[in-house]
Each structure stands twice: as structure tokens, then as C-alpha cells.
Design a protein around this ligand. Structure first.
Ligand SMILES: [Zn+2]
Length: 76
């Protein structure tokens, strides 16, 4: 089980500055892109290649976190 203290500092590796993770069904889920990371022996495996893509998503490239900064309007 992941402690709340640890949960507070964990970030999605695709976009560490803007994301947080939450517990979901014994896995860690990114609040933004919903990529799921498994927990092995009490340690979260924050490796994108081993993470589980959200339903309907076929590749990491489709995830919102993959784009880095959130898209801004082209012209305002
Ligand atoms: Zn993410």
C-alpha cells in the first residue's frame, strides 16, 4: 500500500510538473492522462513502458500528459 505522504510527491513521468497520482484498484493512476502504474512489493513502477493505458487509448502519444504543456489558444 502506498502512503499518503508518498502519494503526495509522486508524479506522472510524462508530465511531472503538472500531474498527481491517485490510488485506483491497487494501482496508481495519473489524474490527468489516466495512465495506470502497477505497484510491486510496495513500490510504484513509474515506468511508462510498463504502465497500463486507459481504455480507448492505443498509444502513449495520445495521452494529454505526453504533450507537455497544456495547449494554449493559438491567438487570443
Ligand atoms: Zn499523466
Amino acid at each position: 500500500m502506498i502512503s499518503q505522504d508518498l502519494l503526495d510527491i509522486l508524479r506522472c513521468p510524462l508530465d511531472p510538473s503538472n500531474t498527481r497520482l491517485r490510488m485506483k484498484d491497487d494501482q496508481l493512476e495519473c489524474e490527468r492522462c489516466e495512465l495506470r502504474f502497477q505497484i510491486k512489493d510496495g513500490f510504484p513502477i513509474l515506468v511508462v513502458e510498463e504502465a497500463i493505458l486507459p481504455a480507448g487509448c492505443e498509444s502513449v502519444g495520445q495521452l494529454p500528459c505526453q504533450g507537455g504543456e497544456a495547449k494554449k489558444p493559438a491567438n487570443v
